[in-house]
Design a protein. Structure first.
Lengths: 225, 82
């Protein structure tokens, strides 16, 4: 039986279809979860995809973080369920308190839409298949992608090896310490601004580097079963 | 019904590129005396008497503002205020 990975759709979510496609490419079953669901249908992991949930009202991700489906997602994540937040999904996980820091307006005030190189710097549920220090190319497309946190938090994240992805160039959005993605203390909840789900097939993206996140979690799930 | 105002601003130590852009635009208007601008949000809440100060603080801290990047002020208007 293949692993089942939930993909959440909020009003305004854009990348749920690509996220579900990435899940299937990796060899798992994609399970659609709706923002009003309170039952996670016993999925083995959850992807919170990108977009503009609730029109970015209040703050990006703020309303979605308090939607019905996120209650069980937060509880399950605290109990070890692997969760991946991409772009708006990363913002939602920060707003929900599952990941530290916040995402604010890009320094240059411009929406950035281009491919970026990232360094994979941590061994997590979603990056176990990568060699640490390896580089991947994935699209970045966000207007509020600048990761911020206070200095103590940044020091702690770096000291504990919780910076999962770093821009291999000066962060185009001004993210502090060039941080593109971070994880929870147990390495099972990961959030990043760039979009691995758009880079799973050279036909439709810059390459297939992003598929590794989805195959990594499957390897973890299979090993645990 | 009593009115409550919640003002939310980006923390001083968080770069506010929107505020900076506004400040630069003032310079282009010929205004030279404005040293800094921070742009935030202004919430107007009409609340009944069941909402006490502690509840208002909880609303501000958990929803209206993100304590990681923002600071906020809650104040009551009218009806004696505080």
């Amino acid at each position: 039986m293949s692993a089942r990975i939930g993909v959440i759709t909020f009003p305004g979510t854009l990348d749920d279809v690509d996220a579900a496609r990435a899940v299937r490419y990796a060899g798992a079953e994609a399970v659609s979860l709706w923002h009003r669901d309170t039952d996670l249908q016993s999925v083995d992991a959850v992807v919170v995809p990108g977009g503009f949930s609730y029109g970015d009202y209040l703050r990006a991700g703020a309303i979605a973080a308090r939607s019905p489906v996120m209650g069980p997602v937060v509880d399950a994540a605290r109990a070890g369920l692997p969760v991946l937040g991409i772009c708006n999904g990363f913002q939602i996980l920060c707003e929900a308190g599952l990941l530290p820091g916040a995402l604010v307006r890009n320094t240059g005030l411009r929406f950035i839409c281009r491919e970026v190189r990232l360094r994979v710097e941590a061994d997590t549920a979603w990056t176990a298949g990568f060699e640490q220090g390896s580089a991947i190319t994935v699209p970045l497309k966000s207007g509020e992608g600048r990761f911020v946190a206070d200095d103590d938090t940044l020091d702690r994240l770096e000291g504990d090896g919780r910076v999962v992805f770093r821009y291999a160039e000066p962060a185009p959005n001004g993210a502090l310490r060039d941080i593109a993605g971070v994880c929870s203390a147990d390495g099972r909840v990961v959030g990043l601004m760039p979009h691995p789900e758009h880079a799973i097939d050279p036909l439709t993206g810059p390459g297939a580097d992003g598929l590794g996140l989805f195959t990594s979690v499957l390897t973890r799930l299979t090993a645990a079963a | 019904m009593p009115r409550v105002i919640v003002d939310v601003l980006p923390k001083a130590e968080i770069l506010d590129p929107q505020g900076q852009a506004v400040a630069r635009a003032m310079g282009r208007l010929g205004v030279s005396g404005v040293a800094d601008v921070r742009q935030g949000k202004h919430f107007v809440l009409d609340v009944d008497d069941s909402v006490d100060d502690a509840e208002l603080e909880r609303i501000a801290e958990t929803l209206l503002a993100n304590p990681v990047m923002e600071e906020w002020v809650v104040r009551r208007e009218g009806n004696g205020g505080q």
